[in-house]
Design a protein around this ligand. Structure first.
Ligand code: C2E
Ligand code: CA
Ligand code: CA
Ligand code: CA
Length: 277
């Protein structure tokens, strides 16, 4: 119980403090991660369901620490959010993704849109719009090739979020709602925001293996289609999931069925194949 924990000598408490030590270690290591070039972006293709033609990619952050090894974003992103370090890290991610995409386009690869994950904290940070503008200017990437993935939690401060989203839209940037259906979403508000894409969370895609007619998946797809949004299903692992999604009217997807997130070098190889097998 909590009371025991406060005494400080139970096994339970020892475990808790190890968790705390791990968190503090990560927090400390994060401080130098950008400057020590420990971050790298992997890219996962976004494909047309059925033909498997690559039409975009999502940038996913990877961190390798010399002593701690590879640390998953599932572990370090929440720490970075808690400490505010996510603002600087997110800025690095945005610039690197835009720089890489521009470099690929200049090298003659077919122009693709890059999707960048943006933490709510970063989104609400006063300088976010300036940062996006500066990064696009610095890297020279055409704004139409950038999409920002944000979660439903932006809807908790709707007025401010709307202002930021409209500015981004005016710049020509696409907006995607990530993990759609898992968070706080006011459907009434959804239709008033300039949102281009809904990403159907993997948890719903998984459900399709149990029940192909899962009503939630169908409802999300119909909602998106009725609101004139693009639907992207994430975490597709099986042919069956892909088939059902197509039947429901979802046309774009990502997942291990097509490709895991890969290094920039490997992504170049993928771009040379017109359709992923
Ligand atoms: P997310 O944005 O929902 O990204 C999808 C996650 O699912 C990625 O995990 C991806 O590798 C994984 N995934 C894709 N297809 C499949 C599949 O078919 N099966 C399975 N099992 N997994 C699949 P990853 O790269 O570990 O990222 C986890 C989360 O960390 C992301 O979830 C996102 O919330 C966060 N994240 C990653 N990179 C960034 C970043 O640059 N900035 C921010 N703010 N968050 C990031
Ligand atoms: Ca995402
Ligand atoms: Ca997700
Ligand atoms: Ca997410």
């Amino acid at each position: 119980s909590k009371e025991n924990g406060k005494n400080g000598y139970s096994f339970f408490n020892v475990e808790l403090s190890q968790e705390k030590i791990r968190k503090m270690t990560i927090e400390n290591a994060l401080k130098k991660a950008v400057q020590k070039n420990q971050f790298i972006l992997y890219y996962q293709p976004k494909v047309v369901l059925g033909t498997r033609k690559i039409i975009g990619m999502e940038a996913l952050l990877r961190w390798q620490h010399p002593e701690l090894g590879w640390i998953s974003p599932v572990e370090f992103i929440p720490v970075a959010e808690e400490t505010g370090q996510i603002v600087a890290i997110g800025e690095w991610v945005l610039e690197e993704a835009c720089r890489q995409n521009k470099q690929w386009q200049d090298a003659g690869y077919p122009p693709l849109s890059v999707s960048v994950n943006v933490s709510v904290l970063q989104f609400k940070h006063g300088k976010f719009l300036d940062t996006v503008e500066q990064v696009l200017k610095k890297t020279g990437l055409d704004t139409r090739y950038l999409e920002l993935e944000i979660t439903e939690s932006i809807m908790q401060n709707i007025k401010e979020s709307k202002r930021i989203l409209i500015s981004l839209q005016q710049m020509g940037i696409k907006i995607s709602i990530d993990d759609f259906g898992t968070g706080y979403s006011s459907l009434n508000v959804l239709q008033k925001l300039p949102i281009d894409t809904l990403k159907i969370d993997k948890s719903f895609v998984d459900e399709l293996d149990i029940d192909a007619m899962n009503p939630m998946v169908k409802a999300i797809i119909d909602l998106g289609l009725n609101l004139d949004m693009i639907l992207v299903a994430e975490g597709i692992e099986s042919e069956n999931q892909m088939k059902v999604l197509i039947e429901h009217g979802c046309t774009i997807g990502q997942g291990y069925l097509f490709s895991k997130p890969v290094t920039p070098e490997d992504f170049e190889e993928l771009m040379k194949i017109p359709e992923l097998m």
